[in-house]
Design a protein around this ligand. Structure first.
Ligand code: AP5
Ligand code: MG
Length: 215
């Protein structure tokens, strides 16, 4: 399966992707995670990206496309992958189609996780992530047993720099203006399905799997 996960910031793309990795054994390609790794490593690309991420804006296509192209060529992508947070605008979607055609691949489908905007602020301000294993928590909905520590590996939990209220507002604006139109792009190709992203994480996961398995 080669799938794109669509959805607003905080819709649960990363949460669902982690469960898909466990179930189907295919890698998650999250451009947000790749960019944050570059920021942590202090590379030139990371420094450039951070200035956009801190403002809640999209990192330039030229930066992101190169990163994705390199990642798609790695061996583990031969068995399929989950694109999370990419593409983010029409130019990226068109570039992805070209990249895949050159690799003799095409997308199997796109799944949009839909959550009302009024729920997203709490999901994002409450998010905490494990520095060691990447497990996600939410202080309002799925708090760790011990404050600040990961239930799975005892790693330290951190809050993302862009999960501040002002930056979240900007990210949501950018989503509406640039990313939401991709629903139309994939509808035209006849490969998009939507799931309601409210309810329990497991309930949503069952619906996502049913779509992927054509049930
Ligand atoms: P990115 O990292 O992609 O962030 P995003 O799209 O804003 O999405 P999030 O990761 O915030 O949300 P999510 O949908 O993954 O939700 P999650 O599962 O964590 O991008 C960050 C930045 O990088 C961008 O702003 C941009 O600058 C740059 N960037 C990235 N990709 C780019 C690209 N292609 N082009 C250009 N720039 C790019 O869940 C959120 C919280 O909700 C968690 O706490 C979770 O526990 C909780 N939760 C999940 N499901 C539920 C549920 N069912 N009920 C209750 N709580 C839930
Ligand atoms: Mg994410």
């Amino acid at each position: 399966m080669r799938i794109v996960l669509l959805g607003a910031p905080g819709a649960g793309k990363g949460t669902q992707a982690k469960k898909l990795i466990e179930k189907y054994g295919m890698p998650q390609i999250s451009t947000g995670d790749l960019l944050r790794a570059a920021v942590s490593a202090g590379t030139a690309l990371g420094k450039e990206a951070k200035s956009y991420m801190d403002k809640g804006e999209l990192v330039p296509d030229s930066v992101v496309l190169g990163m994705v192209e390199e990642r798609l060529k790695q061996d583990d992508c031969k068995k399929g992958y989950i694109l999370d947070g990419f593409p983010r605008n029409t130019a990226q979607a068109e570039a992805l189609d070209k990249m895949l055609a050159a690799l003799n691949m095409s997308l199997t489908g796109a799944v949009s996780v839909d959550v009302p905007f009024e729920d997203l602020m709490k999901r994002l301000t409450g998010r905490r992530t494990c520095k060691a294993c990447g497990q996600m928590y939410n202080i309002y909905f799925s708090a760790p047993k011990k404050e600040g520590a990961c239930d799975k590996c005892s790693g330290e939990l951190y809050q993302r720099d862009d999960d501040k209220e002002a930056t979240i507002k900007k990210r949501l604006e950018v989503y509406t203006a640039q990313t939401e139109p991709l629903m139309g792009y994939y509808k035209n190709k006849g490969i998009v399905n939507s799931v309601a992203g409210t309810g329990s994480i497991d309930e949503i996961f069952s619906k996502v799997c049913a779509i992927l398995e054509g049930k």
